[in-house]
Design a protein around this ligand. Structure first.
Ligand code: GDP
Ligand code: IMO
Ligand code: MG
Length: 486
């Protein structure tokens, strides 16, 4: 039985809705008193409408006849802090699912000072009641997955029975990773700066229709034939050494018994769970600006890590979607090559990299750092339809004399308010900034908005005003609990 269904049932759902209504209703009492004593300002009115909208959302959530699927997505170029929010929220969800990417993702979670890094395992795994699903849209490198599971066991996390891998997910083989390296080498100065985790070549095999799916492991003779054909094909590609197919086959023979119990028809599992009332949290990997269609092509990953992957990578339909949470750093980072209009090459960039500990979770490479880019974020909000934002790492800006927001681009003398497609335009654009006074007061681990210095509050509110999406959470530290909820 799924938790949401057993927790509430239908009568329980009404009670939950009433509870939510009472909770947010209480928050309105103060405003109503203000309303009685004096006329409402425009700001008060906006707050009132915002709270009423939240209240309606919560009532609807409680009364929904079936479950709901909420989504966490990277809004910039990755590493925004998706893992932290997914971990923090997943205690309230029955299922946590990955839908795109592979072990190129690196999601860090810190609980009571203990650090975890997940690449394929969904970040909900630390909550012992959450079932974790690796959806059909993910490309799975089995040796990496088993290594992560072993690390979980070593850390005393009980994951047995809580990991389900889609039978439709495609496999990443070691030779895909070698091919990734060979392609990068052949591109020379034009390299993408991939993670070399075999992501591009594995998705290429999938699209080319000679990939091998996880479910094939059930029928070992079919699996062997498909793996041999794929290895044969890949070994003839430029830059590739001969592939030791027998060693690959022997490896999969040796781990097959461990993997088989994890293989699941996750399309049925997730949809049945939803219909029984389960709450599903979808964990985006990579990010919108790395999307093969919407990102800074060709400096992107090889999947669709924006909103579309929720449907194609899990097999749920749009009407099951609830909230879409966009994760955005209070500044901006990017790993690998490609355009980055607000990139900083000065002491401020060095501050962001050092204080923010901006080194890749997957590759250890230093991340490029720059100011928050509003045109990029407008574009990201448009594509994903974020219902709320989580502004992470605000604490990293502490100590800067001045904080800036890229407000618009000038391209060929014209004002541009969203991300252009052309790399030439992006390369030539001039960014126009808005400047704000910084703050020196330590805000590490602050949990109340009112406890932020006014300069930090203003910065957050200006971003909200420019993007027209509510900033629901603000990150003030890496730990699970270092967050403000508004
Ligand atoms: P993801 O790939 O989006 O899950 O992000 P990563 O885990 O790759 O990178 C985010 C990094 O920032 C991790 O080291 C997190 O522990 C850390 N982090 C997340 N939120 C905050 C925050 O609000 N403040 C600080 N200082 N660190 C944070
Ligand atoms: P998370 O989920 C940051 C980047 C790589 C490279 C490009 C293509 O941790 O936010 P690939 O190996 O996917 O072919 O590399 O995409 N990239 C990421 N950058 N965070 C990620 O994931 C990334 N996943 C891919 O650095 O520039
Ligand atoms: Mg990351």
């Amino acid at each position: 039985m799924f938790r949401a269904a057993s927790r509430f049932g239908f009568r329980g759902r009404a009670a939950a809705a009433a509870f939510a209504a009472v909770g947010s209703g209480a928050a309105l009492v103060g405003l109503r008193a203000q309303c009685d004593s004096k006329s409402l300002s425009e700001g008060d009115l906006k707050t009132l409408i915002g709270r009423l909208a939240d209240k309606i959302d919560r009532i609807e959530e409680g009364l929904a006849p079936s479950g709901r699927a909420d989504v966490v997505l990277g809004a910039q170029w990755g590493d925004e802090g998706k893992g932290k929010l997914v971990d923090a929220l997943s205690a309230d969800y029955d299922i946590c699912a990955r839908v795109a990417g592979g072990s190129n993702a690196g999601h860090t979670i810190i609980v009571d000072g203990k650090k975890y890094a997940f690449h394929l395992v969904p970040s909900g795994i630390l909550n012992e009641k959450t079932v974790c699903v690796i959806g059909n849209g993910v490309v799975v490198h089995i040796p990496s997955l088993l290594k992560e599971l072993d690390a979980l066991t070593a850390a005393g996390i009980k994951w047995e029975g809580r990991i389900k891998i889609s039978d439709r997910a495609h496999l990443v083989f070691d030779f895909h990773q070698e091919l990734d390296g060979a392609i990068e080498k052949s591109r020379g100065r034009n390299k993408i700066g991939t993670t070399r985790k075999g992501i591009g070549p594995a998705y290429a095999s999938k699209i080319q229709r000679n990939g091998v799916r996880v479910g094939e492991l059930k029928y070992i003779e079919d699996f062997k034939a498909q793996l041999s054909a794929l290895a044969d094909y890949c070994s003839n590609l430029p830059g590739m050494d001969p592939i030791d197919v027998d060693a690959e086959l022997a490896y999969y023979d040796s781990v097959r018994e461990r993997v088989l119990p994890l293989i699941t028809d996750t399309v049925s599992y997730v949809n049945d769970a939803h219909d029984a009332g389960a709450k599903i949290l979808i964990e985006g990997a990579n990010a919108t600006m790395l999307d093969i269609d919407f990102g800074t092509y060709p400096y992107v990953t090889s999947s669709n890590p924006s909103i579309g992957s929720v449907f194609t990578g899990l097999g749920i339909c749009p009407k099951k979607l609830g909230a879409v949470y966009g994760i955005v750093k209070a500044y901006c980072t990017r790993v690998g090559e490609g355009p980055f209009p607000t990139e900083l090459f000065d002491d401020t960039g060095a501050h962001l990299g050092k204080v923010g500990r901006e080194f890749g979770t997957t590759t250890g490479r230093p991340r490029r750092c720059g100011w928050l880019d509003i045109p990029q974020m407008r574009y990201s909000c448009k594509i994903n339809g974020f219902t709320h934002l989580n502004l992470t790492k605000l604490d990293v800006l502490t100590g800067l004399k001045e904080v800036k927001l890229g407000i618009k681009y000038m391209v060929d003398g014209k004002e541009v308010y969203e991300m252009p497609a052309s790399l030439r335009d992006l390369g030539n654009c001039e960014v126009i900034y808005e400047s704000f006074p910084g703050w020196t007061q330590n805000i590490d681990n602050v949990t109340k908005f009112e406890d932020l210095p006014p300069e930090a509050q203003n910065y957050v509110l200006r971003i909200e005003q420019l993007l027209k999406v509510k900033i629901r959470w603000i990150g003030t530290g890496g730990d699970r609990n270092s967050s403000i909820e508004r």
